[in-house]
Ligand binder design. Structure first.
Ligand code: UDP
Length: 461
């Protein structure tokens, strides 16, 4: 049981202070969580780094507090195209003073109701000490699923065991991980491009998750049932499965960090039902030029229409479409559309979409489940290879490109999913899951109960 016994009824109004990480896959769900808590009678305050401000007009009921993040001072030290780990580490190392001042100020604010707790992104490890020093309970929001939390918690063990020295030639590479038999050793290896740095980072994060007053994650009724015992053993803190948040609130509450293209909708409307392959690798992941070309050849070699999100920055070393094979656009003609960013949830809900070729970010995966869209899985790194393994081997709602991005493998996967009987079965399974998930927040169902427990728990502080 991942919920916490009700302690006492919610006392209102109280304030909750949230501190989300300014990365699309983290801030969107956390603002959705804030919106849900607001519906439960809490006043919401969002602290954010001054360099990134959420769109206030989307959240007229929230109070926003910017804090100095030091980005303006480091100027030339910021890499030209910084990846999020740069930001996350930088924020952890440079925000402690401004965050402490802001939090202390809020706690002492005259005429305001008491602060019930602080909810921060789990990756803001520095905030636990601040919360302790100001005697405010800190609950963490974990932006991914449980298998990723557990594997990160064991990453230093895997590192010492030599996993990251293994290569494809070693027999162990394809073997199951003894503690997590649903995973292969290679899945763990693929989480970390820089294992040493990754181990250092996640060790700090996990230490402070365990020191926190509880953990919330965006999921639904135990899709990872096999892991629940390990979870309660490794994380003996109150735990709340609350999701999918995507089913609780409309897409407008998810805060878009990029400008959305909507011009393709008339084209999409004209495509036959369940025919279009939607391709997107999320807001952070990047691929090499040659991988990008394999995706292009893969799409050129199939007969299905496609909508391809090429986020500027997704191709290492390119601004946008420079490395697209010559004549690609001419050859595919009206069969395909390329955009920089789209309203993904609306796209996945569109009847023309036949499958989602995804990097298996946790939000994208949940969104695909919520709309019953089967997946072709191309995980890049961090939690994605672990999510992809669960999608394909445990839940059996997608097909993994085991050999990475290669045109022949892509063609085969598209055929298996869009034409073969196997694809029909996958579609049936994900549609069944969609129906189960749809009711998560209904009275008495899992996330409804979990929300009540969370509200009671927060109110008991
Ligand atoms: N997304 C979007 N438009 C796009 C591509 C992605 O709105 O063109 C959203 C998507 O709906 C999801 C988020 O960006 O909510 C990506 O989060 P995810 O956890 O899937 O991956 P990450 O970006 O963190 O790797």
């Amino acid at each position: 049981d991942t919920t916490v016994e009700s302690t006492r009824p919610a006392a209102t109004p109280r304030r909750i202070i949230l501190f989300p990480l300014p990365v699309q896959g983290h801030i969107g769900p956390m603002l959705q969580l804030a919106s849900i808590l607001h519906t439960q009678g809490f006043k919401i305050i969002i602290i954010h780094p001054e360099s990134y401000s959420p769109n206030h007009s989307d959240y007229p009921h929230f109070t926003f507090k910017p804090i100095v993040d030091g980005f303006s001072e480091i100027g030339k030290h910021i890499p030209e195209k910084p990846d999020p780990s740069f930001f996350i580490t930088y924020l952890n190392e440079h925000c402690a003073d401004s965050f402490t001042d802001c939090l202390a100020g809020l706690l002492a604010e005259p005429g305001e109701p008491p602060v019930a707790c602080l909810i921060t992104d789990a990756e803001y490890y520095f905030t636990q000490e601040v919360a302790d020093s100001l005697k405010v309970p800190r609950v963490v929001n974990w932006a991914c699923n449980i298998v990723v939390l557990l594997v990160y918690n064991d990453l230093s063990y895997f590192y010492e065991k030599g996993y990251f020295n293994l290569t494809m030639k070693d027999s162990e590479y394809e073997e199951p991980v003894p503690k997590y038999p649903s995973l292969k050793v290679k899945d763990v290896i693929q989480t970390s491009r820089n294992p040493n740095g990754m181990v250092r980072f996640v060790t700090k994060v996990m230490k402070q998750v365990k020191a926190s007053s509880g953990i919330i994650w965006n999921s639904f009724k135990e899709p990872e049932e096999d892991l629940m015992q390990t979870l309660s053993h490794d994380f003996p803190i109150p735990r709340f499965t609350l999701g999918p948040l995507q089913t609780y609130l409309p897409p407008s509450t998810s805060n878009n960090m990029f400008e959305q293209d909507r011009t393709f909708f008339s084209w999409l409307d004209a495509q036959p039902p369940m025919s279009v392959i939607y391709v997107s690798f999320g807001s952070v992941a990047s691929i090499s030029e040659s991988e990008f070309q394999e995706v292009a050849y893969g799409l050129a070699n199939i007969d299905f229409p496609f909508l391809w999100v090429v986020r500027p920055g997704v191709v290492k070393g390119s601004d946008w479409l420079e490395s697209l094979p010559e004549k690609f656009l001419e050859e595919v003609g009206g069969r395909g559309r390329i955009v920089k960013w789209c309203p993904q949830k609306e796209v996945l809900a569109h009847e023309a979409i036949g499958c989602f070729w995804t990097h298996n970010g946790w939000n994208s995966t949940l969104e695909s489940v919520c709309e019953g869209v089967p997946m072709i899985c191309s995980p890049c790194d961090v939690g994605q290879p672990l999510v992809a393994r669960y999608v394909c081997d445990v839940w059996k709602i997608g097909i993994l490109l085991e050999d990475g991005l290669q045109r022949e493998g892509i063609k085969r996967a598209v055929k298996r999913l869009m034409i073969d009987k196997e694809g029909e079965e996958i579609r049936e399974r994900i549609n069944r899951l969609k129906e189960e998930v749809k009711i998560s927040f209904d009275e008495g169902e899992s996330s409804h109960r979990s929300l009540k427990s969370l509200v009671d728990y927060i109110s008991s502080f």
